[in-house]
Write a protein that binds this ligand. Structure first.
Ligand code: ATP
Length: 322
């Protein structure tokens, strides 16, 4: 590997609040370290089209507080094919990119590792509201998504408690229940359902709601990750079985965007700084991570093979609060 002078940066997969803070930190600290910073638009899709431009310190002005990603993001099927990957490698060489920083989730990291296997030095920065990246305990965007979901649930609670109704709220998370688990705990939901832990409708949902009614609760909240099914259908089933008027709400894409919280801005900025520090030392093929409460990095090849699931015990413990 030659000396690193030109660094390409991209955001990939789902957008996450705080991606801009990471980009800003990469560009500003990268320029100060003497690197040329190249922004690749629309993730791997834009890489394959050569949507690449040089960035300066002004390119990242006024983005720190904004959700989404100013470099835009996309998903690309073509990139996952052997031909697509080879094309990506030749475009990286054509633009003289010596190392690539990929900001995204698990899929984006797999893409980065496939480039590393072809000899392209890479660094990954975890950003996904689902917080399901195995190599890190925290991914950029999670805290903002939690705040947004919690704010919506608190509002729904005001109405449902006033009307003595039940509420079933579907939050994001097709395969990962981190958002559901955390907002379930923080909102005082009577029932939380996550994709990692199978549930029994009668025992885990209906019995809990009936027990609540028997001890005088006027309303209840069920938080479920989208991977556990439809909140609307669940509300119908509960109403039919218990006779309690129940409404289902799907929070959907509101959870994705929005102004990043202070925590997301701070962690994202520090992750960007960490990535540039690694590149200055010539350390590559690493995934930036939060481990034991501090920002560090792990081997990219090992990182993408790690597994992360919610332990069932967390849900069992949360149930003690009802
Ligand atoms: P999110 O968690 O927000 O969905 P993600 O990074 O996991 O983010 P994906 O859609 O899984 O999002 O991945 C983003 C892009 O990374 C894909 O469109 C594809 O181009 C590339 N990618 C995903 N998986 C692989 C893989 N196994 N090998 C190579 N490239 C991949």
């Amino acid at each position: 590997m030659g000396e690193i002078k030109r660094i390409g940066i991209l955001t990939s997969g789902g957008d996450a609040p705080g991606m801009n803070a990471a980009l800003r930190a990469l560009v500003r600290s990268g320029l100060k370290a003497g690197f040329t910073m190249l922004g690749i638009e629309r993730g791997y899709a834009g890489l394959l089209k050569g949507e690449i431009r040089q960035l300066n310190t002004r390119s990242v002005s006024e983005i720190l507080h904004a959700g989404g990603t100013f470099l835009l993001t996309a998903r690309s099927k073509e990139f996952t094919t052997p031909e697509g990957l080879d094309r990506a490698v030749s475009i990286i060489h054509e633009y003289g990119i010596d190392a690539l920083v990929v900001i995204g989730g698990d899929g984006s990291f797999r893409g980065a590792v496939s480039l590393a296997e072809k000899g392209i030095p890479v660094i990954g920065i975890p950003a996904t509201i689902d917080n399901d990246v195995a190599s890190t305990s925290y991914a950029i965007g999670f805290d903002t998504a939690l705040e947004t979901a919690l704010d919506a649930i608190d509002k729904i609670r005001d109405t449902s408690s006033s009307h003595e109704r039940g509420s079933v709220i579907e939050v994001m998370g097709r395969d990962a229940g981190y958002i559901a688990y955390a907002v379930g705990l923080a909102s005082g939901a009577e029932v939380t359902l996550v994709p990692e832990v199978p549930f029994d409708l009668e025992k885990d949902v209906l019995d809990v709601i009936r027990r609540g009614r028997d001890i005088g609760k006027h309303h209840y909240i069920v938080v479920m990750a989208e991977g556990c099914g439809s909140a609307i259908e669940m509300a119908e089933k509960i109403e039919e079985a218990t006779g309690i008027v129940t409404r289902g709400t799907v929070l959907g894409y509101v959870q994705r965007g929005g102004r990043p919280t202070a925590i997301d801005r701070v962690i994202a900025s520090n992750m960007g700084l960490h990535a540039i520090n690694l590149l200055q030392k010539g350390v590559v093929n690493r995934l930036v991570a939060v481990r034991d409460g501090r920002i560090t990095d792990v081997d990219a090849f090992e990182g993408v093979n790690m597994k992360k699931t919610i332990p069932e015990v967390l849900l069992t413990e949360a149930m003690k609060l009802f």
